[in-house]
Design a protein around this ligand. Structure first.
Ligand code: ADP
Length: 628
């Protein structure tokens, strides 16, 4: 029955029907109330369990029942209902009988008289506190979830890693920016779809489906590696992890996954492994002894060849000092060369004898090149050594041969020279001028030959470390005088200028020093044009005697200068191509001077001339001369 139908009925009938209506409303509502036409007076309220009853009319119902913050809202809704004479309907907060705040859904209908004026409002309200509470909680939860989602979105969209979630039907419920980009898809046409639909090849989709099942079943994450094509970058290698998403009941609800592109890492690993294999091949399989040191010079790697050679394990070689295996005569020299190379961070070259597993020493020629870290800084050396024992033995045999031949040649030459001298004495120049001068020239040639043979003999003696310097004190002035006189008779092609020299006591081997000076003078003559002057100086400075032989000859190129004292080194150019020699002279000179603890060097300018200088310690000075 509607309220409108009741209008215009006699009062008793109306009361009757109103009572029935009230009973119905009472049964379905928590609160029933009556209001004066302008809502200023609440005539009656039956509040049930919800609100406290009001028997007599009250005008402060608003303050009594309505929650202060909702007063405004209620007033507005009331005046709107009065104005339009239509149903009042509002959800608002109320003060409950127990003092707490509750939510109510309240409706009121206007009762009109025959003139159409409101005579009363009849209202009913329900307690909706519980529903409202859940609604609010739900909203809060929703808001939180939104916030979380935005947070995850921010994180997952800024990583190159692929992040996604599957439901247990293998459908994607989430995919981050990177994954969508990889697929070349948008959120709307990718989410809610399966692997095949998102472009995975069948084998790949099936593999992941099996893995999703497995994660759901075991509740444990799994990890894998897979290679497949990327929309933009071609074939790539990926490392992925599937993790179960477990709810409060302990049931797996979804499977979350992250995938990382490891193509570059894999590529770098492969390259490294390849170069390592190449290096090992090179290092292990050959007769090359390879060792590697760190930046402090400590050896950190020895190859198989080293282990075989020494009969020791790599750890033994690293832990015990491998340098103990060096020949006592080579040890100090090599260590100083090696230490220099570490200090200067430069390559090194040397040869030394190293004790092999059978106790014998063998010769190794070692070449150390510099290792660097990727940033270019010094990382140590890689030393590669080869066995040159046989080469050394060949050289020794050759030296022995030269020595023997030279020695054998000397005897007949000595007798030849004796015969020439005898013949010279028997022929006076006035008698047979021609024969006499021929004998003189023969003598000169034989002496030249003797000189050459002597230098070979000296060389082989030197090689077998048999050259001996007899260190005595003598006056270098006297020596110079003797040389001046002697060369005056033997050299007529050039002007020899001996500058004044003082007497000075030096410590040395008289014969050998004489040999050095004669050698330098004969080179000066040999490498300069006829009649060019050769100047000889001798001076004393700072505890040393310095002798210099200066010519105005062909000169020596800058790049040849440091090498001319090497054994067998000869300059090959247009100027010197017709000048004979063996490249032994300067080598012998330098070895002799070194054995005296002196220095020898040359200064030169091509086409202008050369100056050869050497020093000798004076008497009383401590000399570092050796008699090796
Ligand atoms: P060689 O028997 O060839 O003269 P040396 O050992 O005496 O051997 O000299 C080595 C090389 O040094 C020579 O081949 C020559 O090129 C160069 N040399 C030596 N002395 C002179 C000099 N005074 N002027 C120019 N070049 C010289």
């Amino acid at each position: 029955m509607s309220i409108e139908q009741q209008q215009g009925q006699p009062t008793d009938k109306l009361t009757q029907s109103e009572e029935r209506f009230r009973a119905l409303v009472n049964a379905t509502s928590d609160v029933v109330y009556r209001m004066s036409p302008d809502w200023s007076v609440m005539r009656q309220l039956t509040g049930g369990e919800f609100l406290s009853d009001t028997g007599a009319p009250i005008s402060d119902w608003m303050e009594k029942y309505i929650y202060s913050e909702d007063l405004e809202k209620v007033r507005a809704a009331v005046s709107e209902a009065i104005r339009t004479k239509s149903i009042f309907k509002l959800e608002h907060r109320v003060q409950r009988a127990d003092g707490s705040i509750g939510w109510t859904f309240s409706r009121a209908v206007p009762i009109l008289n025959n003139e159409g004026n409101i005579i009363e409002w009849f209202g009913a309200a329900n307690d909706v506190s519980e529903r409202k509470k859940t609604e609010i909680a739900l909203n809060v939860a929703k808001e939180l979830a939104e916030q979380q989602k935005r947070l995850y979105e921010t994180i997952t969209s800024s990583t190159p890693d692929l992040i996604y979630v599957f439901d247990l039907d293998y459908k994607f419920t989430y995919a981050n920016e990177a994954l969508l980009t990889m697929w070349g898809k948008t959120w709307n046409n990718a989410i809610g779809r399966g692997l095949l639909e998102n472009g995975y090849e069948p084998w790949h989709a099936e593999m992941h489906e099996r893995e999703i099942d497995k994660v759901a079943e075991t509740k444990k994450p799994i990890r894998g590696e897979v290679s497949f094509p990327h929309a933009q970058f071609g074939r790539r290698v990926y490392d992925y992890i599937f993790t179960p998403v477990i709810n409060q009941e302990g049931v797996v609800e979804a499977v979350a996954g992250t995938t990382r592109d490891i193509t570059e890492i894999r590529q770098a690993e492969i390259t490294l492994a390849e170069s390592e294999a190449r290096f090992r091949n090179m290092a292990e399989g050959s007769n090359i002894y390879i060792a590697m040191s760190d930046e402090t010079g400590k050896i950190i790697y020895f190859n198989q060849a080293w282990l075989k050679y020494t009969g020791k394990s790599e750890q033994e070689l690293i832990d015990f000092n491998w340098t103990d295996l060096l020949h006592p005569e080579d040890r100090d020299r090599h260590l100083s060369i090696y230490q220099d190379a570490i200090n200067t961070q430069l390559p090194f070259h040397d040869s030394y004898r190293l004790q092999a597993s059978d106790g014998q020493y063998r010769w190794l020629l070692v070449d150390g090149s510099v290792r660097r870290y990727t940033d270019g800084s010094f990382a140590g050396h890689i030393g590669a050594a080869v066995d040159i024992t046989e080469m050394k033995e060949d050289e020794q045999r050759k030296n022995d041969f030269i020595s023997m031949v030279s020695h054998e040649l000397k005897t007949p030459l000595t007798s030849t020279l004796a015969y020439i001298q005898l013949s010279k004495k028997r022929i006076s120049p006035s008698e047979d001028d021609l024969t006499h001068s021929m004998l003189l020239r023969t003598e000169k040639q034989v002496r030249k030959m003797t000189g050459m043979i002597n230098s070979f003999l000296n060389l082989s003696r030197l090689e077998s470390a048999k050259i001996e310097v007899e260190l005595v004190e003598f006056d270098v002035g006297g020596l110079m005088k003797e040389i001046e006189m002697e060369s005056g008779t033997t050299i007529s092609s050039h002007e020899l200028i001996f500058h004044p020299f003082e007497t000075a006591c030096v410590i040395g081997d008289y014969e050998k020093i004489a040999q050095v000076i004669q050698n330098l003078i004969s080179n000066a003559v040999k490498y300069s044009a006829k009649n060019k002057p050769v100047q000889i100086y001798c001076s004393t400075t700072g505890g040393e005697v310095q002798i210099s032989i200066r010519d105005e000859g062909v000169g020596i190129r800058e790049e040849d200068l440091p090498r001319i004292f090497e054994k067998f080194y000869r300059v090959h150019d247009f100027e010197t191509r017709n000048i004979s020699g063996f490249g032994i002279g300067l080598y012998l000179c330098s070895e002799i001077i070194k054995r005296h603890g002196g220095k020898i060097w040359a200064e030169s300018e091509l086409g202008k001339g050369s100056n050869f200088l050497f020093t000798l310690p004076v008497c009383g000075k401590k000399s570092s001369a050796t008699n090796a």
